[in-house]
Design a protein around this ligand. Structure first.
Ligand code: NDP
Ligand code: OXD
Length: 308
């Protein structure tokens, strides 16, 4: 009965310490020190090892160390093997901070002020009151919901768009593709917190940008392949978009010389919007293992047919 961890190694050492404190009877190993593969029952991974099924014949649960699971090739996981995504509270807390920073930065013209300071320009910009700046979130799951709950304090008109119906106090929620244009038409700052699936790949494209109010801002924190780069750069050039905060790109990291690095209207961060916190993540994993042993429902169970 061993847990194998294969992700960020610095944080892995913290995982090992928390496991030793909280579950001293449960052996915990850090990749690549896998010991006897037949002992591995639980795998916690960012990028999963090749040939999971044949290498670890007694695997019972696979955990994504992150909230997203698009890095797992579902066809390589045996159908009976549960894949669980991370629902620990640290991810949502850090995502809420990042998106709040990005929304306030776009709302208060931070990218313009950074450019002005570089050029030693002292020029005020007319302030738009929050109540006249619509903020919309695509994807109302654990993260999108948490973000909207916190943004409510600033007085923005808030909008949400999701596949299935959601009710969030103070937020006008739209459901399904047919409502996307109505949602977008009110959204001055758009936040993408969708998982990467075949339906969301390339969803941030020319058609979508054209449906936003002119000069809208974009916060892209889902996954890089959701953004169509050429459409996005054209939208910035033509003023359809006034600025963007990008935390995810394709590929990651971007190659040297890629236009996003130096674009004055783009704030780029290295897939760092949120981070799984070892302290609370270990509690989540131990709780899920205990539930699994008791034959109970598993939190964060991924629906392989939907892909998230
Ligand atoms: P959830 O699964 O909790 O939420 C996803 C939401 O998106 C659900 O409400 C789902 O609706 C909705 N959705 C999915 N597909 C569609 C679609 N085609 N049209 C409309 N709505 C759709 O995920 P999380 O909130 O935990 O995370 C979201 C994503 O954020 C992750 O998949 C990951 O890619 C990204 N992420 C990025 C991080 C970063 O650091 N940049 C960190 C963590 C996550 P429904 O439930 O109705 O199907
Ligand atoms: C995640 C991420 O999915 O960090 O958790 O992107």
């Amino acid at each position: 009965m061993t847990v194998l961890y294969k992700a960020n190694m610095v944080r892995g050492a913290e995982w090992a310490r928390f496991f030793a404190e909280r579950a001293p009877d449960l052996p915990f190993r850090l990749w690549p020190d896998i010991g006897n593969p037949a002992d591995i029952r639980y795998l916690v991974a960012w990028v999963p090892p090749e040939d999971i099924a044949t290498t670890f014949p007694h695997l019972e649960l696979v955990f994504s160390v992150g909230a997203g699971v698009d890095q797992f090739d579902a066809t390589k996981l045996p159908p009976h093997l549960p894949l669980i995504r991370m629902l620990e509270p640290g991810i949502a807390e850090t995502m809420v901070e990042y998106v709040t920073m990005a929304v306030l930065g776009l709302h208060r013209d931070l990218l313009h002020f950074i450019a002005q300071q570089r050029e030693q320009v002292w020029r005020e910009i007319r302030i738009t009151p929050a109540k006249r700046r619509g903020v919309g979130v695509m994807g109302l799951g654990q993260l999108g919901h948490a973000v909207l709950e916190r943004l409510r304090a600033f007085g923005f008109p808030l909008f949400g768009w999701n596949r299935s119906p959601r009710e969030i106090p103070g937020v006008t929620c739209y459901v399904g593709v047919d409502t996307l244009p109505r949602f977008l038409s009110q959204t001055d700052i758009l936040i993408c917190l969708l998982p990467l699936t075949e339906e969301t790949r390339g969803i941030l494209n020319a058609d979508l940008f054209a449906r936003l109010p002119r000069g809208a801002g974009l916060v892209s924190v889902g996954r890089g392949p959701q953004l169509v780069e050429a459409d996005f750069l054209a939208a910035l050039d033509t003023g359809l978009l006034s600025g963007a905060v990008l935390d995810v790109t394709e590929p990651e990291p971007l190659p040297a010389g890629h236009p996003f690095w130096s674009h004055p209207r783009i704030l780029l961060t290295p897939h760092n919007a949120s981070m799984t916190m070892p302290d609370t993540a270990v509690d989540f994993v131990l709780d899920a293992i205990a539930r699994h042993r008791r034959g109970e429902e598993l939190p964060g169970l991924v629906d392989r047919t939907r892909g998230y």
